[in-house]
Ligand binder design. Sequence first.
Ligand SMILES: Cc1cc2nc3c(=O)[nH]c(=O)nc-3n(C[C@H](O)[C@H](O)[C@H](O)COP(=O)(O)OP(=O)(O)OC[C@H]3O[C@@H](n4cnc5c(N)ncnc54)[C@H](O)[C@@H]3O)c2cc1C
Length: 251
Amino acid sequence: MQTSILTLLLLLLSTQSSATSASITDRFIQCLHNRADPSFPITGEVYTPGNSSFPTVLQNYIRNLRFNETTTPKPFLIITAEHVSHIQAAVVCGKQNRLLLKTRSGGHDYEGLSYLTNTNQPFFIVDMFNLRSINVDIEQETAWVQAGATLGEVYYRIAEKSNKHGFPAGVCPTVGVGGHFSGGGYGNLMRKYGLSVDNIVDAQIIDVNGKLLDRKSMGEDLFWAITGGGGVSFGRGTKPQHHRGTMGTSC
Ligand SMILES: Cc1cc2nc3c(=O)[nH]c(=O)nc-3n(C[C@H](O)[C@H](O)[C@H](O)COP(=O)(O)OP(=O)(O)OC[C@H]3O[C@@H](n4cnc5c(N)ncnc54)[C@H](O)[C@@H]3O)c2cc1C
């Protein structure tokens, strides 16, 4: 089965910023409100450390308990995006305020790179867990999947529609589509069907200017880079032609 993947891969900003003062937070939040699509205002989706739900939202997708310590660097803000325009606003406002953006889907990054930083830079998280729709089209043998969905949810939705179809990806059901499909994705169907990225036929990304692009508008070079180069780090390393999957452990 060939699958079209809607992975919302953000081109991230790695800029210098020295302050997390209230004024920067306020300015950033104001920018988010101004930039959001008026039909989809950003209301309850922004969490700062002063919010009582902040620890829960942060910890829900920390899958490596080693990084769930009081000493672990914390973001100054989390956006739990519910619409693509929220991500566009986050990218544009992050760039404008020279802030470091982290994108988290399933939170299974081995080094916790989706929710912490080992620099002293202030950072915020765009959390994708609300963007997890899966639309399976059995006639076309394709599916659009949002980055916040988990592999288990993808398998389940396909199985609901067909007992003959599947999708080659990893064995751990809680791994997120966003990090897994952008890094390669290997699993039980690999010998016959290859990696997840070998079966991705389209994708959507938001570029550094907040523009939403699909395969056609991003061009084949960028499409190649995001399907296996690693979500946050593509372009910073090399991409081998084979065995591009990230290392797996037990779930
Ligand atoms: C228990 C366990 C089992 C695993 N099993 C397998 C396996 O069977 N096969 C296999 O190939 N791999 C496996 N892996 C590796 C897994 O595929 C990678 O760690 C993957 O990157 C996790 O994706 P995530 O969305 O859950 O993680 P996250 O921590 O959310 O993200 C991982 C990285 O991708 C970036 N990212 C996430 N979402 C986006 C997005 N929407 N746009 C841009 N960048 C994004 C993050 O910033 C981060 O750098 C396993 C890992 C674990 C911990």
